[in-house]
Design a protein around this ligand. Structure first.
Ligand code: ATP
Length: 333
């Protein structure tokens, strides 16, 4: 079926209830009469909505006696798919969904400027100009990975914002480990690697005054079902499906990540960031290792010994000096 270009701005308090009912009763029939009573809509309005869902790829059986039954869902991360599975308070009350978009972070920044509340998500099946740090390109073909941006308005000083990248990395790394059993590791400051190849990138962007944050947008890209990469990335990138040799459920992975993110974010807001740091250290592939730091105008090598409370990497040079390295303008090899 040709992919339709869909964009939806959805609110958890006002979902597509037919889809929610079908998702919550998967494999069981929901009677037309029940739907009609619960939603206060006519049988023909239900029929129309069911057909809309079918056009989107939902396989729905109908029987005059029994009603409707969801047999198969398309590989789409629609807001209702998230709401029917996830236990979330802050995240995802508002979800902006796109089958294709330039960049979820760019869209999220525009929404944040026009007042979108903390916890708003931008989810896309594909990014046509996804980006990493320093304007580098992030490759995200349709329905292969997870592309999500989170808008937050934390009560935090701007200098604390790197903590958000660290906790996002912990949430992504833990979720990948839990759901796949693979040994994912965090590469400071913003990547998740498996066997030395990048499986996930994180881009944190912030708008702040001197002493307060206006908004933060955290973009996450996870390579899930990519079966190939452009030539220049083959040695550096990988996906969960390439490693495991099977297709994975992107919805479950996204829901797991969002739940983990929310609980780590709550820890950070409740002054329990130490717990997040302890996990980060355990998941890191850099600490205790030799690293090369490359900035625009300098480069040096040393041993990565720790990260500090502000998220800076502490690198001990050969002459014994310890450098605090901030993520803004460096690459790490
Ligand atoms: P680097 O990984 O080059 O040291 P970085 O960690 O700062 O730098 P990011 O800005 O986070 O990188 O991500 C952009 C880079 O990631 C691109 O320059 C490209 O090398 C790589 N990349 C792009 N798309 C993907 C992808 N889908 N999976 C893995 N790596 C990718």
């Amino acid at each position: 079926m040709a992919e339709k270009n869909i964009s939806i701005a959805a609110d958890r308090d006002n979902p597509n209830l037919i889809l929610i009912l079908l998702l919550l009763n998967k494999w069981g029939y929901v009677s037309g009469e029940d739907i009609s009573k619960k939603l206060g809509v006519t049988r023909s309005a239900i029929w129309k909505q069911v057909n809309n869902l079918r056009e989107m790829g939902y396989e729905i059986e109908s029987s005059t006696r029994l009603g409707y039954r969801l047999v198969n869902s398309p590989d789409l991360i629609l807001p209702e798919e998230i709401w029917s599975k996830a236990k979330l308070e802050l995240l995802g009350k508002n979800i902006h969904y796109f089958s294709s978009i330039g960049s979820t972070n760019e869209k999220a920044k525009k929404l944040a400027i026009s007042g979108a509340p903390s916890g708003t998500l931008v989810v896309a099946e594909q990014q046509t100009s996804g980006k990493g740090r320093l304007g580098r390109q992030w490759v995200s073909p349709s329905r292969t990975g997870i592309c999500v941006s989170i808008i937050l308005r934390p009560e935090m000083a701007p200098y604390e914002a790197p903590k958000l990248t660290l906790l996002t990395a912990v949430a992504a790394c833990e979720t990948i480990r839990k759901q796949t059993g693979l040994l994912a590791q965090i590469k400071w400051p913003n990547d998740i690697l498996i066997d030395g190849k990048k499986i996930c990138g994180i881009l944190t962007e912030i708008s702040a005054e001197l002493d307060r944050i206006n908004y933060v947008v955290i973009g996450i890209g996870i390579n899930v079902n990519n079966y190939y990469f452009p030539e220049e990335l083959i040695d550096r990138a990988t996906s969960l499906s390439l490693i495991l040799g099977r297709k994975l459920n992107r919805k479950e992975l996204l829901v797991g990540f969002l739940e983990s993110f929310e609980s780590h974010y709550n820890l950070a807001l409740k002054d329990n960031f130490k717990e997040v740091m302890t996990k980060w250290r355990k998941l890191s592939c850099n600490l205790g290792r030799h690293v090369k730091i490359t900035g625009k105008a300098y480069s040096f090598e040393g041993n990565a010994i720790d990260i500090d409370d502000e998220g800076a990497l502490l690198v001990k040079k050969d002459n014994g000096e310890i450098e605090r390295v901030f993520s803004g303008d460096v690459s790490l090899r």
